[in-house]
Design a protein around this ligand. Structure first.
Ligand code: PGA
Length: 251
């Protein structure tokens, strides 16, 4: 890759946080304002109930807000669901899609993830499409095949002026404190990069591929300096602004 891709450090709060958690957005803003230089784009994906207020607190470009899921339709009789347009209207610029907790807990297929990603793009959001193998799939030697299929089937075609982010999150590394070796991360990111370049050409070369799964301030530096790792998707360590900022500083 010729030019360096600006990393994206994304926080996924999952189903954590009520109004009090908005203090973490204020604190993050403070930490960013105090820093001399921030070498990454920063994204926080709080629960949908907090997106609007978080965007008001974030005020401006330093911290982008995102949703954690959206429906594939623009509107309609889908009780409890939220559309990409609604997230955008609330101040979101990104949306996480196909997280393994949605694939496992809600039976989301890659075809559904693709439809959601299309809806996100249509609403002007950047989809952060998650892929990753289970521990058994890795042990049995299928990690590349599983992730390859997920990348192929979950990503929509997109216009040259749009942006898509892929997040590689081995299911067994999420919330467990376990991470793949740096060699394994490098290998999988190279595999994903090749698929993106084969399909999307230049847009695939510049698309960000995030690593996710037990990223914390202490391992972020090494992970983020791995080739083709263009940022991180952070769960647990994104809930406290100071921890999250430790990861941002490592970028
Ligand atoms: P974790 O979660 O950082 O708590 O492992 C990552 C994720 O699920 O996105």
């Amino acid at each position: 890759m010729s030019e360096r891709i600006r990393p994206l450090i994304a926080g996924n709060w999952k189903m954590n946080g009520t109004s009090a958690a908005l203090n973490e957005i204020s604190r993050l803003r403070e930490l960013i304002a105090e820093a001399r230089r921030i070498a990454a784009d920063i994204l926080v994906c709080p629960p949908a109930t907090l997106v609007h207020r978080a965007a008001q607190i974030a005020q401006g470009d330093a911290i982008a807000l995102g949703g954690q899921d959206c429906h594939a339709s623009r509107s309609g009789a889908y009780t409890g669901d939220i559309s990409a347009e609604m997230l955008s209207d609330a101040g979101a610029r990104y949306v996480i899609l196909g997280h393994s907790e949605r694939r496992a807990g809600h039976g989301e297929t890659s075809a559904e993830v693709r439809a959601k990603a299309e809806a996100a793009l249509a609403a002007g959001l950047v989809p952060v499409v998650c892929v990753g193998e289970t521990e058994t799939e890795r042990a049995e030697g299928y990690a590349n095949a599983v992730v390859g299929d997920q990348v192929t089937e979950s990503l929509p075609d997109f216009a040259a002026d749009a942006e898509i982010v892929v997040a590689y999150e081995p299911v067994w590394a999420i919330g467990t404190g376990k991470t793949p070796t740096i060699d394994d991360i490098a290998q999988m990111h190279r595999h994903i990069r090749q698929l993106l370049v084969d399909r999307f050409g230049a847009a695939g070369e510049s698309a960000r591929i995030l690593y996710g799964g037990s990223v914390k301030p202490s391992n972020a530096g090494e992970i983020l300096s791995t080739p083709n790792v263009n940022g991180a998707l952070v769960g647990g360590a994104s809930l406290k602004a100071d921890d999250f900022f430790g990861i941002i500083s490592a970028a």
